[in-house]
Design a protein around this ligand. Structure first.
Ligand code: ADP
Ligand code: MG
Length: 257
């Protein structure tokens, strides 16, 4: 179980997380929704141990073991995974090398990695030619998200946070990614925290719980009907009405001053 208790965190002197409580068990899918700027990505970064955040109180445990004192790579070894909202481009390091090294660092036999990558490439609809290219460099938005999903599928963590893994995906890619994650939860016991604005992802992922994060706090939790309610009425009921725009609008031509 991944357990977060009264987690408070500051960045640049400003408190962003104001007491988060969340428990996710193996095989469960939790959706985290909420207005822009409410602290969703901050939560995922703090759980994964990104530098620059000051944790002022609270506890995060993985099967009872405190992880907040661990560097990021130890958290990854302990079975935590983050699919980033904005995957970082790493020139000079191929995706294939990243997969091989992290697989091996997880204590697994490097002789197995090629077969596993080969089968997962097909399952997530990933273009295998990208394996040789530098990690995320000049990948399209959709290729980046499929790459995050491929890494998840190959590394087989115990808990995965997926930060807007659906953003920028077309309908086919969304289905491939969501199905692979749902299978990992149902068949491999992966616990999932899926940060998203869209019920389209959730109709494939079928969350056990939906939480609304607003102003650094979880202000509502419920079943999947809560996501439908948010889609219909926005976040107005929780004090801040800043509904997410559909991707078509977000991708509209830039405006010039
Ligand atoms: P969400 O993912 O819910 O849209 P974020 O967690 O990205 O929100 O951001 C929450 C708030 O924290 C925002 O106001 C954002 O500007 C602020 N924030 C996040 N990271 C930093 C940072 N490194 N420096 C300053 N402010 C930050
Ligand atoms: Mg975010």
């Amino acid at each position: 179980m991944l357990a977060v208790r009264d987690l408070r965190a500051k960045v640049a002197g400003k408190e962003i997380l104001k007491g988060i409580d969340l428990e996710v068990r193996s095989g469960e899918v939790h959706a985290v929704m909420g207005p822009n700027g409410s602290g969703k990505s901050t939560l995922s970064h703090v759980l994964m141990g990104r530098p620059g955040y000051e944790i002022t109180s609270g506890q995060v445990t993985l099967d009872g073991q405190d992880i907040l004192g661990m560097p990021t790579w130890r958290r990854a070894q302990a079975g935590l995974f983050l699919g980033m909202q904005y995957p970082i481009e790493v020139p000079g390091v191929s995706l294939e090398a990243v997969l091989r090294e992290s697989f091996t660092a997880g204590g697994r036999d490097p002789a197995d990695v090629d077969d596993l990558v080969g089968s997962e490439v097909g399952r997530v609809g990933f273009d295998a030619r990208l394996l040789k290219r530098a990690l995320n460099v000049d990948f399209s938005g959709g290729e980046k998200k499929r790459s995050e999903t491929l890494q998840l599928a190959v590394l087989r963590p115990f808990f995965a946070m997926l930060d807007e893994v659906d953003s920028g995906l077309d309908v086919d890619a969304l289905r491939d990614v969501a199905r692979r994650v749902a299978q990992a939860a149902a068949q491999e016991g992966l616990g999932v925290i899926a940060i998203t604005h869209y019920t389209r992802l959730l109709s494939e992922l079928r969350p056990d719980r939906v939480h609304v994060l607003s102003g650094g706090r979880i202000v509502a939790s419920g079943g999947s009907d809560l996501a439908d309610e948010l889609e219909a009425h926005g976040y107005g009921a929780w004090g801040k009405d800043e509904p997410a725009r559909p991707p078509e609008v977000a991708l509209a031509a830039p405006t010039f001053p």
